[in-house]
Ligand binder design. Structure first.
Ligand code: ADP
Ligand code: G6P
Length: 759
C-alpha cells in the first residue's frame, strides 16, 4: 500500500496506543520473541506506519516489565511499564470493565469504581509524559483509542507546539449512555485537547459533538467544535468527524493469490471432511461479537433439521482476549459449553458441526480460512468497524462466498451489499444463514463484486491519507494562526475543510463528466443564515470556488433561490453568466425555458388576489415585532427570523398560514418563513427546466424543506447534498455553509487544478 500522501508536508509522526504493535512473549523453553498484538487497531495501523518508520509508544503486553526502547523493523518502539495494580485498575478496570461495555451500548454492565479512575489518570499521565519527552518539535502525535482519552489534553498543556490527533476505534456512545459516566466532563475535556478527533461512523461523531456541547464549555459548528479561550490559550477549533477505518486490501489480495495459501484452503476443507458448506466466524472472544447468538441460531437450524448432519460445519476462530476480566471469563465458559452441547447433541463420529479454535493464527492461515469459507458470519451486537468483514471480501477474488453482516457493526454503513442482519433476531439470523448457504452463484458474484469494489477503493491507505490530510491541515492552520493572523484579518478559528468521504468520491466522479451543472440554494447554503435576510452574504470561499468553476469548460453555475431574483441580486452575489432561478422556481433566467411560469406578467385577477393578501397580512402582522413581510414577484413571504421566542414565531407563522388559506393560498414552508404565491412552481421544476436545456448531470446543494423538491427531481447521475439536519431525499449531507464552500472548493480543484484556500 502507499502510505501517506507525498503532497503532504513531512512532519514527524509519533503513534501512541495502549498496546505496542507487538507483544513480548516468553515461550515455555524461556525464549523471548515479539508477536503481533491482537485486535483491529494493530491490524489497521501496522501497514500505515510500516513505510513511515515512526516512533510508537505503548505497553508491551506484560506487567511489571521494564524494557528499554528498541528498534523493530522500521519502527522505534518505546515501551511503557504498567504495574500489576495499574494493569488491574487502568486496563482491566476502567478501560475494559467501564469504557468498553459503556461505549458498546451496555451489552455488559459497566462498573464505575473511583480507584480505577485514579489508575487511569496515572497511566494516561505516564503516556503523556513519555510522549512529551520524546516527540520532536512540531511533530504530529496520533493517539489511539479509549484507553488513552486523557492523553490529548495532558499533552497539550505541556507541549503546545505539537499537533495532536486522536482516533477512536470503538463506537462513541449515544447521549444518554455517555451521560452515565461519572468522569464525562474530564473525558470530553481530555479529548478536546486534540486538534482532530476521528470516529468510525457519522453517528459517533454526532454523539461526541453533542457531549462536547453539554459536558464541556464548547460549541459545535458543523464538524468543528469551538473550545473557548482560556487564560493560557486563545479559542481554538477541533475537527470531530468520521473517518471509517479499513484494511490493507492489496497485501491480503496478494496473500490470497499465493498458491501455497490456496492449497492450504483446499486442505482445510478436506480436513473438515469436505462439507457442502463451511461457515466461518473470526473474532476476539468478546461479548460484543455476538458469538453466542450465532451459535444459538446454528444450533436451532441443526435441531430443526434445516441443516442436516454432515451438510455444514461452522468454524469459530476465537482469539483469547482479556481473560482475567469477569465478563470475558463468563463468556468463555458459556461459548465453550455451548460448543460442547451442540457437538454432543448433533455431531456424529466423523462430523462435528462446530469446530472451535481458541488461539491466534498466522496471517496466511487466516487468509486460507477466508478462502475456504462459503459464508463468513459477523454478528457483532456492537462494533466500531469490524475488519474481519472487510478482510473476507478482500480475499475473495473469485467473487464467491457470502458475507452475513450485523447492522450494528460500523462496516454495515459501507458494506450494504452484504446480507445485513439484526443479530438479536435469532429467527432472522437463521433465515440469513440459510439464505447465505443456498445463495445462487450469480447473486454471490453480484454482491461480492460490489463489496470488493468498496474495499479496494477505500482501503487503509485511503483512511490514513484522509485522516492525516485533516491533521496536516490542522497543523498548517496552527502555523498560520501562530504567525499572527489577526493582522491579516483572518479568524483565530481554523476553517473547516473536510467533507465526508462518500461526497468526496461522488465529487471525483462528477468532476470528470464532460458537462456539469453546479446548482446551489442561497440562504443557509452558500450564505450563512442572517437574522435579517438582507444581511445574508455568500461566503468568500464559496464565491471564489464558483467563479473558478464558472471559468472552466463545460461548467454551468445555477443559483436556485426561494428569494425573488431582485432580492437575490441585492445580496451582491455574482449573477453574470449564471442561470438564476428565483421565487421557488417561478422566475428563471439564463436558459431559454419557454414553459417557465414566471415568463408572463401577472394577470389582473392574480394581481388583485395578491394585493388582497398583502393588505390583510400587513394589517394583522404589520406591528408585530420581528415579523417582516416581503413582497415578491409572484407572491408574498412572511418572515419571523427576528422574532426572539421560538414558540411565538411558530404561532405567528401558523396564523399567517390560516390567513393565507382564507384568501385561497396554499403556504410553502421554509425555515421561519411561510410563502404564498399565485404562480405554482418549485425548485424541482426549475432544475428540470434547466436540465432540459443544458443536458448535463447536476450537483445540487440545499438546506431547507423547499429544497427537497429539487432533491427529489434528481436522477441517478446527479448528486444531492443536504446542508444541516432534517429528513432529506438527498444522498449526501454536509453540516454547514462552510462545508458547502469546502466541497465547492474541492470540486473546483478537481476540475481546474486551482486550489481555493481555506480562509
Ligand atoms: P477487534 O478490533 O474488536 O478485535 P476487528 O474485526 O476489527 O475486531 O479486528 C480483528 C483483527 O484480528 C482482524 O484483523 C482479524 O483478522 C484478526 N484476528 C482475529 N482473530 C484472530 C486469530 N485467532 N488469529 C489471528 N488473527 C486474528
Ligand atoms: C480492539 C480495541 C483495541 C485493542 C484490541 C485488542 O481492537 O479497539 O484498542 O487493542 O481490541 O484488545 P486488547 O485489550 O487485547 O488490547
Amino acid at each position: 500500500m502507499t502510505s501517506t500522501n507525498p503532497a503532504e508536508p513531512q512532519r514527524q509522526l509519533v503513534v501512541v496506543s495502549n498496546r505496542l504493535p507487538v507483544d513480548r512473549v516468553t515461550d515455555p523453553d524461556g525464549t523471548v520473541r515479539w508477536q503481533t498484538s491482537p485486535g483491529g487497531l494493530v491490524t489497521a495501523m501496522e501497514p500505515v506506519v510500516r513505510d513511515l518508520g515512526c516512533l510508537w509508544v505503548g505497553w508491551p503486553g506484560n506487567v511489571d516489565e521494564q524494557i528499554e526502547p528498541f528498534e523493530h523493523e522500521t519502527l522505534r518502539l518505546h515501551p511503557i511499564t504498567l504495574s500489576t495494580e495499574e494493569h488491574e485498575g487502568y486496563y482491566e478496570g476502567l478501560s475494559n470493565s467501564t469504557f468498553w461495555p459503556l461505549y458498546h451500548d451496555l451489552i455488559a454492565t459497566p462498573d464505575y469504581h473511583r480507584p480505577w479512575w485514579d489508575h487511569y489518570l496515572t497511566v494516561n499521565q505516564r503516556f503523556a509524559d513519555v510522549v512529551a519527552e520524546q516527540a520532536p518539535e512540531g511533530a504530529i502525535v496520533w493517539v489511539h483509542d479509549y484507553q488513552l482519552q486523557l492523553v490529548p489534553g495532558m499533552l497539550r498543556e505541556v507541549r503546545p507546539d505539537l499537533t495532536i490527533a486522536f482516533f477512536l476505534h470503538i463506537p462513541f456512545p449515544a447521549r444518554r449512555l455517555f451521560g452515565q459516566l461519572p468522569w464525562r466532563r474530564q473525558i470530553i475535556e481530555g479529548l478536546l485537547g486534540a486538534d482532530v478527533i476521528g470516529f468510525q461512523r457519522v453517528q459517533d461523531a454526532l454523539s461526541f459533538r453533542w457531549a462536547a456541547e453539554h459536558y464541556a464549555d464548547a460549541h459545535a459548528n458543523g464538524n468543528l467544535i469551538v473550545v473557548p479561550e482560556t487564560a493560557d490559550e486563545p479559542a481554538r477549533a477541533v475537527l470531530a468527524q468520521e473517518f471509517p477505518i479499513s484494511i490493507d486490501t492489496e497485501s491480503l489480495e496478494s496473500l490470497a493469490a499465493d498458491p501455497a495459501v490456496r492449497a492450504r484452503a483446499k486442505e482445510i476443507r478436506e480436513e473438515l471432511g469436505n462439507p457442502r458448506k463451511l461457515l466461518l466466524g473470526v473474532d476476539r472472544l468478546d461479548y460484543t461479537k455476538g458469538i453466542r447468538h450465532r451459535l444459538k441460531a446454528f444450533a436451532e437450524l441443526l435441531g430443526e433439521g434445516d441443516v442436516k448432519a454432515g451438510e455444514a460445519v461452522m468454524v469459530q476462530v476465537a482469539s483469547p482476549s482479556r481473560e482475567r476480566v469477569e465478563a470475558y471469563k463468563r463468556l468463555k465458559s458459556e461459548v465453550e459449553g455451548t460448543v460442547g452441547q451442540i457437538n454432543g447433541q448433533h455431531g456424529t463420529i466423523g462430523w462435528s458441526p462446530v469446530v472451535y479454535l481458541h488461539r491466534g493464527f498466522p496471517r496466511s492461515e487466516m487468509v486460507a480460512l477466508y478462502l475456504a469459507a462459503d459464508v463468513v458470519v459477523v454478528t457483532a451486537l456492537r462494533d466500531g468497524m469490524n475488519l474481519v468483514a472487510k478482510e473476507y471480501v478482500a480475499c475473495r477474488d473469485d467473487e464467491h462466498g457470502v458475507l452475513v453482516l450485523s447492522e450494528f457493526a460500523g462496516a454495515a454503513d459501507e458494506m450494504t451489499d452484504a446480507l445485513l442482519v439484526n443479530p438479536h433476531d435469532i429467527d432472522g439470523l437463521k433465515s440469513s444463514f440459510l439464505r447465505a448457504m443456498h445463495m445462487p452463484a450469480a447473486e454471490q458474484q453480484r454482491r461480492m463484486s460490489a463489496l470488493r469494489h468498496q474495499v479496494k477503493e477505500y482501503d487503509v491507505a485511503h483512511w490514513a491519507n484522509s485522516f492525516l490530510r485533516a491533521v496536516n491541515h490542522a497543523a498548517d492552520e496552527r502555523e498560520r494562526l501562530g504567525r499572527g493572523s489577526d493582522e491579516d484579518g483572518g479568524s483565530r478559528i481554523p476553517a473547516p475543510v473536510f467533507i465526508p468521504t462518500s461526497l468526496d468520491s461522488a465529487l471525483r466522479r462528477f468532476a470528470s463528466e464532460p458537462n456539469i451543472i453546479v446548482a446551489c440554494d442561497f440562504d443557509g447554503t452558500l450564505a450563512p443564515i442572517a437574522r435579517r435576510p438582507k444581511d445574508a452574504r455568500i461566503l468568500p470561499r464559496a464565491e471564489e470556488a464558483l467563479s473558478a468553476l464558472q471559468g472552466a469548460d463545460g461548467v454551468h453555475i445555477a443559483l436556485i433561490s426561494g428569494r425573488s431574483l431582485d432580492s437575490l441580486r441585492a445580496t451582491g452575489v455574482r449573477t453574470d453568466g449564471r442561470v438564476l432561478s428565483g421565487s421557488h422556481g417561478v422566475e428563471l433566467t439564463g436558459v431559454p425555458a419557454s414553459s417557465n411560469p414566471g415568463n408572463d406578467p401577472l394577470s389582473d385577477e392574480e394581481s388583485s388576489m395578491l394585493r388582497r393578501l398583502l393588505r390583510r397580512l400587513r394589517r394583522v402582522f404589520g406591528d408585530e415585532p420581528g415579523v417582516r413581510i416581503e413582497e415578491k414577484a409572484f407572491g408574498v413571504a412572511v418572515h419571523t427570523r427576528e422574532v426572539r421566542n421560538d414558540q411565538r414565531s411558530d404561532e405567528l407563522l401558523a396564523a399567517a398560514v390560516e390567513l393565507g388559506s382564507d384568501e385561497g393560498f396554499d403556504a410553502r414552508n421554509g425555515k421561519r418563513v411561510r410563502e404564498f404565491t399565485v404562480r405554482h412552481s418549485d425548485k424541482g421544476r426549475a432544475l428540470q427546466a434547466i436540465r432540459e436545456q443544458l443536458a448535463a448531470p447536476i450537483l445540487f446543494f440545499g438546506d431547507d424543506v423547499t429544497d427537497e423538491d429539487a432533491f427529489e427531481a434528481l436522477g441517478p447521475d446527479d448528486i444531492g447534498v443536504r446542508v444541516g439536519d432534517g429528513e432529506t431525499a438527498a444522498a449526501e449531507r454536509v453540516p454547514s455553509p462552510e462545508a458547502v464552500a469546502a466541497a465547492l472548493a474541492r470540486l473546483a480543484e478537481l476540475r481546474t487544478g486551482v486550489v481555493i484556500g481555506a480562509s
